[in-house]
Design a protein around this ligand. Structure first.
Ligand SMILES: [Zn+2]
Ligand SMILES: [Zn+2]
Ligand SMILES: [Zn+2]
Length: 356
């Protein structure tokens, strides 16, 4: 694999005129502290902010954004995240941006001749080595972005426009905070030795556009609010767009997210997708004791229960269970009678009583 600069892998160029500057990712990034200065066209922070500018331009070009705009928004957002996270890592130590820091050499770093670590590894190193507090929400948003970028490159854009837009807004929000708290863009020069004036102007532009994007999202929420207000106890979070707009209770019919319109052919598939959003290995989908559909997932919050309370929730009938036990006889889950739990589900209990 060829690598175009110390902090980022070569990304596809955006042929649109507005994005031409953002696509100049062939330039090596700035040298770390104490290094001999190397010539750079786009030092990392400025480069990252330039990508962010391209992202917000693409996302605000139309409402909803066209699929081509979404494609470059995702690619450039991922590029921005890589550049900015790795700029902070390199500040800690330049070898940390290598995929394998044990094999890092100064020469390779300066020449940009190495494979850099993944975004996931960068977040882990920022937390564990650099002591940077990356919150879980930010880490999840970055992780989802990396997956979207990968699937985009292999299969094209498979996510609904609204989902891409909502998730991009989360990552933008995270990165603007990250620049503010971790990249020291507050003095006359940041720690990469860059002049901040231009980058600050660019950042102000990005912030303004982000608030336009957030107001698109808010407008959509405002439109949905009256219908969702009535179903708060059966509405859960969409694993694609992360908005609280998946209304359960459609039984064996397909269900969809009212915000991004992503649909699932069955409650079971929706539950499985939600389980995958919780952990990479997924959470096992079980059979619901009420409606008997395989669509019950543990640890799910609804609008009514979030953020404090999570239950086992059936994606088919929408029933929430606080306590479920496994039947000693048939090993199915059942909702126990608090005062008199005999370790058996009602079917097995009934069968025993009939025998006597
Ligand atoms: Zn959604
Ligand atoms: Zn059910
Ligand atoms: Zn049983």
């Amino acid at each position: 694999m060829t690598v175009s600069g110390p902090y980022e892998e070569a990304g596809p160029a955006d042929p649109s005129p507005g994005a031409a500057a953002a696509a100049q990712d062939g330039a090596p990034a700035a040298a770390p502290r104490h290094a001999e200065p190397v010539h750079v066209d786009f030092p990392p922070v400025e480069n990252g902010v330039d990508y962010l500018r391209s992202v917000v331009d693409h996302l605000t070009a139309a409402d909803p954004p066209a699929s081509r705009d979404l494609k470059y928004a995702v690619l450039h957002l991922q590029a921005a995240a890589e550049v900015l996270l790795k700029a902070r890592l390199a500040h800690e130590h330049w070898s940390l941006v290598f995929k394998d820091p044990g094999k890092a050499t100064r020469k390779k770093f300066e020449e940009g001749d190495f494979i850099s670590c993944t975004t996931e590894a960068a977040v882990e190193r920022l937390r564990n080595v650099a002591g940077v507090a990356v919150n879980d929400k930010g880490a999840r948003a970055l992780d989802a972005l990396a997956k979207t970028r990968n699937s985009l490159q292999h299969y094209g854009l498979t996510m609904p426009a609204r989902a891409v837009e909502a998730r991009a807004a989360e990552v933008l929000d995270f990165l603007l905070d990250f620049i503010h708290t971790e990249l020291a863009l507050t003095g006359p020069v940041d720690f990469c030795g860059e002049s901040i004036t231009e980058a600050e102007q660019e950042l102000a532009y990005v912030r303004a556009r982000l608030s336009t994007i957030q107001s698109f999202l808010k407008r959509r929420h405002d439109q949905l609010r009256p219908e969702l207000e009535k179903v708060r106890d059966i509405t859960t979070q969409c694993p694609l767009c992360t908005q609280w707009a998946v209304v359960l209770g459609s039984g064996t019919d397909p269900l969809s997210c009212r915000f991004c319109h992503h649909g699932w052919l069955s409650a079971e598939l929706a539950a499985a997708d939600n389980g995958l959003a919780q952990t990479a290995q997924g959470v096992e989908v079980a059979q619901c004791p009420d409606c008997c559909e395989d669509a019950l997932l543990k640890g799910i919050a609804t609008v009514a229960s979030a953020p404090a309370h999570r239950h086992s929730l059936c994606f088919a009938c929408g029933t929430a269970f606080d306590v479920l036990n496994t039947c000693d006889s048939c090993e199915q889950l059942y909702s126990p009678n608090e005062d008199n739990d005999l370790g058996l589900c009602s079917d097995c209990l009934g069968a025993r009583i009939d025998r006597f």
